[in-house]
Design a protein around this ligand. Structure first.
Ligand code: SAH
Length: 395
């Protein structure tokens, strides 16, 4: 077994069971591990710290599989971890009306770099670290044995792989090739999902619980759904009794899928309007036309990919939130989100407070929102929290 020794006093984060070690903390590596190979991590004074996957290229050189010296990192280890993750979901996801959810949430489920989502009888995986890539075959074998899916599809076509010295890749790993659109059900609402080419692994599963909350507040309301993608929130607004929902997305393809999803749920086309436009521009058009809404949803893509983009992203969030607050009727509701991990909860709250102040209106935070429960956050890995949201009442 190859041993990696840390520099003096650089074992603190591992002692707190955080799963990452950065390259600067490494004193020396005995022999040359392969990319992703399991190594034994020891402190400067030779004490065992963890078993971890070694990454040759990434700044995050080590991602921990286990802090237990007696653990053997093999197929059995993966089987147990996968089973634990499945059991957790069985406890929190109502499978009687939902068949699409996250099964494994990487570091937060003790499996760094591994994302596994269930879409009806298909499984979609992302192998985002060299360690996850190293064990891909065993992981796929365990997933197919434990879940008996029709197929397992890989969506590792993401840039972060390059940081690990891995090529972006996608394709079938097991079983059948999925059709272009597969049908799922979420809280009793049907959706068509493009798992081969859609965003992330196909659908924003992390918004499931927030969509349910939207449904409960939309009766007889007129709703503006900004960054609507395939109509996730939109279908819930109509199910909740909304008079009308306006969907805005810059992607005509996303809007066309949204239309399919709404008609799949027998929603009449008089109940919705699809606008292919830039949200920043369209909110200004609505303002100039003196339009007002009862409810506005703002669920933009990630504005900050790195710490250096936080300031610019902050201006973007403030801009759309200020416009939205002004477009709300008296006692209107704003559902506003940020999925940028680099924007902290405190900073997001501050941005919304600044927008509220500039709007001249009174804004109350009714509820703090976050990612669905299947998108676990381990206390040892605060980075696992990325989706922040606020439900605000505006008057
Ligand atoms: N709310 C959605 C997910 C939103 S993902 C859901 O629950 O499924 C972000 C969406 O914003 C994508 O569909 C993307 O096409 C769209 N988008 C990105 N930038 C945009 C812009 N400036 N104006 C309008 N839409 C934009």
């Amino acid at each position: 077994m190859i041993t990696v020794k840390l520099k003096k006093n650089r074992q603190k984060s591992l002692e707190r069971k955080h799963p990452w070690v950065f390259s600067g903390a490494i004193d020396h590596v005995k022999e040359n591990p392969k990319n992703g190979e399991t190594v034994k991590v020891i402190s400067a004074d030779g004490k065992f710290l963890s078993w971890a996957a070694f990454s040759i290229k990434s700044q995050i050189s080590l991602r921990v599989w286990s802090f237990n010296e007696n653990e053997i990192i093999d197929s059995k280890f993966f089987k147990e971890k996968i089973l634990q993750a499945i059991e957790y979901r069985e406890q929190f996801v109502d499978s009687s009306n939902t068949n699409a959810y996250r099964l494994i949430n990487a570091e937060s489920d003790g499996l760094p770099g591994l994302i596994v989502d269930k879409y009806n009888d298909f499984i979609v995986c992302q192998f985002l670290s060299s360690g996850a890539e190293f064990w891909k075959q065993e992981i796929v074998a365990q997933l197919s044995a434990l879940l008996n899916p029709t197929g397992i599809f890989e969506r590792s076509d993401v840039e972060v792989r390059e940081k690990e010295g891995l090529e972006p890749i996608s394709g079938v790993l097991f079983g059948k090739i999925p059709s272009d659109l597969i049908e799922i059900v979420e809280n009793g609402i049907k959706f068509l999902v493009d798992i081969k080419n859609g965003h992330k692994t196909g659908f924003y599963l992390d918004q499931r619980e927030n969509r349910k909350l939207v449904e409960s507040l939309t009766n007889q309301k007129e709703v503006l759904n900004c960054f609507s993608y395939s109509g996730g929130f939109s279908a819930y607004t109509i199910k909740g009794g909304a008079i009308k929902v306006t969907n805005i997305d810059s992607s005509a393809e996303a809007l066309s899928l949204a239309e399919k999803n709404l008609s799949l749920n027998q929603i009449d086309s008089s109940k919705y309007e699809n606008v292919a436009d830039d949200v920043f521009k369209y909110l200004r058009k609505l303002r100039d036309a003196n339009k007002q809404f009862d409810i506005i949803i703002l669920d933009p893509p990630k504005f900050a990919d790195s710490a250096s983009q936080v300031e610019k992203a902050g201006r973007g969030y403030k801009d759309i939130n200020l416009l939205a607050i002004k477009l709300l009727k008296k006692n209107g509701l704003l559902f506003t989100f940020s999925c940028s991990g680099h924007i902290t909860t405190d900073l997001f709250n501050k941005i919304i407070s600044d927008a509220a102040l500039d709007s001249g209106k009174t804004v109350h935070i009714i509820k703090h929102l976050t990612q669905s429960m299947d998108h676990t956050i381990s206390t040892n890995f605060p980075e696992g929290l990325y989706l922040k949201g606020l439900l605000c009442r505006v008057n």
